[in-house]
Write a protein that binds this ligand. Structure first.
Ligand code: PGA
Length: 240
């Protein structure tokens, strides 16, 4: 896995955005997946700016969501849907059929998994996926120990993930489960961009690079493919 170290967060986001832009410019109807969470927020801003400047055109691009908290929807601050729409989709002019995103308010999570799997079956494999790294090494909501052969599925959230979630919601919410693309789908992507920023990610970034590839730390699994790259800023690279 190639590692790219940027000086700071803005440069990191520009580098990751360039990856997405290159992918869409080479294939305008590409299927793109970009994580929610804090890490990609600057990537969203860079991509919106690129579209405004005419450096990329998302008019034919397809987007699929990576994950969502079960029980939360658009009205819930910090849900993946709320974050991705606010920072990205609302700022582009997309048609509804260009987006397939988990509905965290579904009363039938299994059907929701099948719907998203069906969409990826129709438009996939994913051409470019941008992943954050959880404090426990999760990618999407594939928590430590996640099975390698899964497509979309419902997950019991790791206690670390539940604790960290307060930063999105601003308050403790009773989130026990998530719905996510599985490792099989993620690792089948044609281009995998793993990104991390900040000192707090330095330890898990070092584990991602130095620990053996295993689902004990899901982020290490991207090392099993030549199609993956790690993008970090200096702070996140500080324990490498
Ligand atoms: P973060 O989350 O980008 O908010 O740090 C990463 C993750 O949990 O995958």
């Amino acid at each position: 896995m190639k590692t790219f170290i940027s000086q700071d967060y803005p440069q990191l986001c520009e580098a990751v955005a360039k990856n997405v832009i290159d992918c869409v410019n080479a294939k305008p109807d590409a299927l793109i997946c970009i994580a929610g969470g804090d890490t990609p927020l600057g990537v969203f801003a860079a991509l919106v700016e690129a579209q405004q400047q005419g450096r990329v055109d998302f008019a034919r691009t397809q987007f699929v969501g990576l994950d969502e908290w079960l029980g939360l929807g658009n009205a819930d601050k910090g849900s993946c849907r709320e974050m991705v729409w606010k920072h990205f989709f609302d700022k582009l002019t997309l048609r509804d059929e260009q987006i397939c995103f988990f509905d965290g308010l579904t009363d039938n999570p299994q059907a929701e998994c099948q719907r998203v799997d069906g969409y990826i079956g129709q438009h996939g494999p994913i051409d470019c996926i941008v992943l954050g790294i959880g404090m426990n090494g999760h990618i999407g909501f594939n928590e430590p120990g996640a099975a390698l052969d899964m497509t979309c599925h419902v997950i019991d959230l790791d206690p670390i993930t539940q604790t960290v979630s307060v930063k999105y919601f601003g308050t403790q919410r009773d989130v026990k489960q998530g719905i996510s693309l599985g490792l099989k789908t993620i690792l089948a992507a044609k281009r995998i961009v793993l990104m991390a920023s900040g000192e707090k990610k330095a330890s898990i970034v070092a584990d991602t690079v130095h620990q053996p590839a295993s689902n004990a730390i899901p982020s290490t699994l991207v090392k099993t493919t030549q199609r993956a790259s790690l993008y970090v800023d200096n702070a996140a690279a500080s324990a490498l």
